[in-house]
Ligand binder design. Structure first.
Ligand code: FES
Ligand code: FES
Length: 161
């Protein structure tokens, strides 16, 4: 067992994990943050995307011990208003633009997209499509997801002015 300390959604945790434990297992099984999904076992679908030190990462590709000392954000902690039941602009845009159907890919998609507009606040449609290449959706055909990301970017830019 390895003893690791990390911060998840602003809360500090010290946990014992097996060296082989994946970050996604730590989040879902130890910390019960089941908003982070597992959609494949091949590092392809992106349903498990979280932020580690502010960067989006597929949490099935990282060992929990590698997150020792890190700050992790999951879909449960993305919104600065989460405690009040409020949505992050990306979550709100997925809702208003109908950017989901079954919702399985949505947490990972939202985490990836929210990071994307932080790095590039005014993306083109092509840049959004390219930025989401590592996140697969089997339902929507992506059109409304892209619309949601562009809408969220516009909302955030409007708020910053
Ligand atoms: Fe991590 Fe599919 S579960 S990429
Ligand atoms: Fe079903 Fe994306 S909404 S997989």
């Amino acid at each position: 067992m390895a003893n690791i300390a990390l911060k998840v959604n602003e809360k500090s945790h010290v946990v014992d994990v097996e060296p082989r434990t994946l970050l996604v297992e730590l989040l879902r099984e130890h910390l019960r943050l089941t908003g982070t999904h597992v959609g494949c076992d091949t590092s392809q679908c992106g349903a498990c995307t979280v932020w580690v030190d502010g960067k989006s990462v597929k949490s099935c590709t990282m060992l929990a011990v590698e997150a020792d000392g890190a700050t992790v954000t999951t879909i449960e902690g993305l919104s600065p208003y989460a405690g009040n039941g409020g949505l992050h602009p990306m979550q709100a845009a997925f809702h208003t633009c109908h950017g989901l159907q079954c919702g399985f890919c949505t947490p990972g998609m939202v985490m990836r997209a929210a990071e994307l507009i932080q790095r590039n606040p005014n993306p083109t449609e092509d840049e959004v499509r390219h930025g989401l290449e590592g996140n697969l959706c089997r339902c929507t055909g992506y059109h409304n997801i892209v619309k949601a990301v562009l809408t969220a970017a516009e909302t955030v830019r409007g708020g910053a002015q």
